[in-house]
Design a protein around this ligand. Structure first.
Ligand code: KIV
Length: 276
């Protein structure tokens, strides 16, 4: 049985910190779940850290479904959330509902996430009416990078901070089961966390959210284009991988690898016959 959205909501009531991490493939998702992480986000950040785009904007529904299926196959307990990509929930409510349904029906996710507050609240409500749990996402919304003028801290002015609070309340009222707060001042995140009854999940939003999410490649140190200020590298996988690649290269070139130990045998009699 997978973790449910009710269990996630109860964690806020009990004051238990909620851990969420992204994953984009089978093997990583298996390890993330084995660490006891209850929620896995198949984020459209995969556009940058897996596919090498500069922003998540080129990511399509088909790409997201492909990766979400892999994460679902690697897990049996975690709640899997599919991230709705750019322009897959804006044009119409019908399209938003159909695309959200693909994550559940085709990919096997249990919930979807989408970016925006008041402007998407009605669509959030309608997707939930279909029986699909929705996680909100406000603050820095990377799909709007061109409108925001870069991936930078949001809601610093009084007006923007007040709007962010309104957005959070609108998402809660629309029925979102949790809200991601990305790249906002930590005291504002703490205030939003007090104001809403559903869990807030922070990324670059300080320590006072109900939970935290990070991009798996950031905490593993395997994405080398840039390291966000909010990320902590628990390991430098890029260095470990580079060392392994160099060593492999050297051993193949020098004949040190493979040895007979890594190889398969044939019956000596058969070999003798063939050699005549
Ligand atoms: O795409 C993603 O990984 C996200 C997280 C940063 C919350 O939206």
């Amino acid at each position: 049985m997978r973790v449910t959205i009710n269990q996630i909501k109860e964690m806020k009531q009990k004051g238990e910190k909620i851990v969420m991490l992204t994953s984009y493939d089978y093997s990583t998702a298996k390890l993330v779940e084995a660490a006891g992480i209850p929620m896995i986000l198949v984020g459209d950040s995969l556009g940058m850290v897996v596919l090498g785009y500069e922003t998540p904007i080129p990511v399509t529904m088909d790409v997201m479904i492909h990766h979400t299926k892999a994460v679902v196959r690697g897990t049996s307990k975690a709640l899997i959330i599919g991230d709705m990509p750019f322009m897959t929930y804006h044009a119409s409510t019908g399209e938003a509902m159909r695309n959200a349904a693909r994550f559940i029906q085709e990919a096997g996710a249990q919930a979807v996430k989408l970016e925006g507050g008041l402007t998407v609240a009605e669509k959030v409500r309608r997707i939930i009416d279909c029986g699909i749990p929705v996680m909100g996402h406000i603050g820095l919304t990377p799909q709007s990078v061109n409108q925001l003028g870069g991936l930078k801290v949001q809601a610093k002015s009084r007006e923007a901070a007040a709007k962010l609070i309104d957005d959070a309340v609108a998402l809660e009222q629309a029925g979102a089961f949790a809200i991601v707060l990305e790249a906002i001042p930590f005291k504002l995140a703490a205030l939003v966390t007090k104001k809403v009854g559903v869990p807030t999940i922070g990324i670059g939003a300080g320590p006072y959210c109900d939970g935290q999410v990070q991009i798996v490649n950031d905490i593993l140190g395997s994405f080398t284009d840039f390291v966000p200020k909010h990320a902590k590298q628990y390991v430098r996988l890029a260095d470990i991988m580079s060392n392994a690649f160099n060593e492999y290269c050297e051993e193949v070139r020098s004949g040190k690898f493979p040895t007979e130990k890594h190889s398969f045998i044939i019956d000596e009699g058969v070999l003798a016959e063939l050699s005549q």
